[in-house]
Design a protein around this ligand. Structure first.
Ligand code: BG6
Ligand code: MG
Length: 218
C-alpha cells in the first residue's frame, strides 16, 4: 500500500515550542503570575484558545470575553515577533535529511499542525515546497487529541489512514495519531511520549533502515 507521512510543525520541524512558551510566559507575567516550562508541556499540540483557557486557570483569573480575546491576540503578536526572525538555521537536526529521503522516493508528505501560523513559518525556513498538503489550525474544527487534523491530511494525500505515519512531539498529538490508527512516532522525551509506538529523541537517531522499515511495513 502507498504510505503517507504526516509531520507536526511546532517542536518537530522547528523549535517554535520555545517561542510559544516565551509568549505565554510574557503574558502570564503581565497578568501577575508565573508560567513554568513544565506547565508548558500541556500547551503542546493544543489550540491557541485552549492554551488561553488553561493559562487563565493556572493564574486563577476570570476574564471577560473581551479580555480573553485581547490577551489571545496579544500573545500571538508577541509570538509573531519571535518567529519573525526565523530562518533555515532553526530547522531541527536532520529534519531535512528525512524530508529528502521521502521526497526522493516520491512519498506523499503532509503537515498536520494545530497552528494558524504554520504556512508562514514553513515559508520562512524554506521547507514549504516539500509538503503536498498543509492541514493546520485554519482547516480543522476539533483540536488534537481529536484525530481530525491527521484524518484530513491522509484524505488530502489520498492515502488510507492505516498507511500513514505521524511524527509528533506532543502528548495530545500522539493520542490523535493513535486514534486515527496511524503509526505514531514520538519525537522528544520518551517518558512524556510513552503512548507513542516508536520513540526518538530527535531525527538524528532515525536512520534509513528504520525509514525503509516504515515504508515496507504491513
Ligand atoms: C501547536 C503548538 O502546534 O499550535 C501549540 O504545539 C500552539 O503550542 C498551537 O498553541 C496553536 O498555534 P498558533 O500558532 O495558532 O497559536
Ligand atoms: Mg508540536
Amino acid at each position: 500500500n502507498k504510505k503517507g507521512f504526516i509531520f507536526d510543525l511546532d517542536g518537530v520541524i522547528v523549535d517554535t515550542a520555545k517561542y510559544h512558551y516565551l509568549a505565554w510566559r510574557d503574558l502570564a507575567s503581565e497578568l501577575g503570575f508565573e508560567f513554568t516550562i513544565e506547565q508548558n508541556e500541556m500547551f503542546k499540540g493544543v489550540s491557541r484558545k485552549r492554551c488561553m483557557e488553561i493559562l487563565l486557570d493556572i493564574g486563577g483569573i476570570t476574564a471577560t470575553k473581551n479580555q480573553f480575546d485581547t490577551w489571545m491576540v496579544e500573545k500571538n503578536v508577541d509570538y509573531l515577533k519571535y518567529i519573525d526572525k526565523m530562518d533555515a538555521s532553526e530547522i531541527l537536526p536532520d529534519v531535512g535529511r528525512v524530508l529528502d529521503f521521502l521526497k526522493k522516493r516520491n512519498i506523499p508528505i503532509a503537515l498536520g499542525s494545530a497552528s494558524k501560523n504554520a504556512q508562514p513559518i514553513l515559508e520562512k525556513v524554506g521547507l514549504l515546497s516539500y509538503f503536498d498538503t498543509i492541514v493546520d489550525g485554519n482547516n480543522v474544527t476539533k483540536a488534537k487529541p481529536d484525530p481530525e487534523v491527521f484524518l484530513l491530511a491522509a484524505k488530502q494525500l489520498g492515502v488510507k489512514a492505516d498507511d500513514c505515519v505521524v511524527f509528533e512531539d506532543a502528548v495530545a498529538g500522539i493520542e490523535a495519531a493513535n486514534k486515527a490508527n496511524m503509526v505514531s512516532i514520538g519525537i522528544g522525551d520518551k517518558n512524556i511520549l510513552s503512548e507513542a509506538q516508536y520513540n526518538f529523541k530527535d531525527f538524528t537517531e532515525m536512520d534509513d533502515a528504520f525509514l525503509n522499515g516504515l515504508l515496507a511495513g504491513n
